[in-house]
Write a protein that binds this ligand. Structure first.
Ligand SMILES: [Zn+2]
Length: 135
């Protein structure tokens, strides 16, 4: 898989903070409940912190109480890429930015949240940047 934004690892390393690099480029997970957007209700568009692609809108963000920002639908389905993830002894679906391939989080479904899609895009705050405006 090649991405529209394709930078050598060394370049990502210099452009991102160590914490951003660890999550975005090494599929890390930030600790629960500490991310800057966990409880954010501001209107706007959440873009990829690595490449700036628009990924989620604030009007699909909901309170999941899981400790990470949660959305029930991406802004455009083509904005994210979904990949099977069998790491850590679990079968999960990884969510990546479709433009640069950076790791965003995971998507879960069928959990019973009262949302239109019954999906929970569980996304690391540090993978996102909120651009305030109309959600
Ligand atoms: Zn990106």
């Amino acid at each position: 898989m090649s991405y529209e934004i394709d930078k050598p690892d060394e370049q990502w390393r210099t452009e991102l903070t160590p914490a951003e690099y660890q999550v975005l480029r090494q599929s890390g997970t930030e600790p629960a409940y500490v991310g800057e957007y966990t409880d954010t209700k501001a209107e706007g568009v959440y873009s990829c912190r690595a490449c700036g692609a628009e990924l989620f809108r604030s009007d699909t963000k909901f309170e999941s109480h899981c400790g990470w920002p949660s959305f029930y639908d991406p802004k455009d389905s083509a904005a994210v890429e979904l990949l099977e993830d069998r790491s850590h002894g679990m079968a999960r679906t990884e969510v990546r930015c479709a433009r640069c391939g950076s790791h965003l989080g995971h998507v879960f479904e069928g959990e019973g949240y009262p949302t239109p899609t019954d999906q929970r895009y569980c996304i690391n705050s540090i993978s996102l940047r909120l651009i305030p405006g109309e959600g």
